[in-house]
Write a protein that binds this ligand. Sequence first.
Ligand code: IPE
Ligand code: IPE
Ligand code: MG
Length: 254
Amino acid sequence: MSKPAKIDPDNIPSHIAIIMDGNGRWAQHHKLLRTMGHKVGVDSVLNIIKSCRLLGVKVLTLYAFSSENWQRPEQEVSTLMSLLKTFLARELTNLTQNNIKLRAIGQEERLPADVREVLHHSIRQSADNTGMVLNLALSYGSRDEIVRAVRLIAEKCLRHELSLDSIDMETINEHLYTCGLPDPDLIIRTGGESRLSNFLLWQASYSEIYITDTHWPDFREPQLLTAIADYQKRQRRFGKTGEQVATRTSEETS
Ligand code: IPE
Ligand code: IPE
Ligand code: MG
């Protein structure tokens, strides 16, 4: 096995967001049921949470279930919901011991009542933790999030709590599910597809995107380190020239 990639501890992305894709194909490849792919995928979730916490990542967002995933066969949806419930119930102590605060984004009203209950309980119990935010995207869809934000803002305008002129990018940020969280620095997609699948469309404006063919159940700390090493090789220019960014960085470090 090759050595894990070397990374610079001073340039760890503050917010990593992951599209955890490829569970079904992983299972197919191993001649197993899709469900097994999701089950082994939970082990990757635990491994990646632990690694991110140790690396000093501030926010880890995991795309666990999209608003479109409800269209899957009922059996698969119920397996995913049950895995989620077990995960939340079993991992609360682990999260708290590691000072991890749980948060969720998405249409929580669509989740089954029992899942919602354990989710709320874990969010409440971990609310004062400060080490890292674990942000689960559950029944999440970016377009739905934007529609919701527009409605909330329009309501405030109608009630004269907000004036049209005062609406700016910050207003939009404040009305998204991700309110209060920084934009992702790095978005990782496993399973090889080159698309965002309705994930953080607004927030991803300047995220670095890393796509790997590795399926999610095989994605563990060594693969995460490779992704971070790749991120660290990039120059984030935010529309400026490479020279401008290089000058600013050298000024900051002198
Ligand atoms: C990701 O794996 C898990 C969810 C979307 C819930 P998939 O189940 O989409 O796996 P593939 O893409 O079919 O291999
Ligand atoms: C994206 O994966 C959603 C999650 C990983 C939760 P999908 O498997 O749903 O994406 P598509 O359908 O291939 O775009
Ligand atoms: Mg998929």
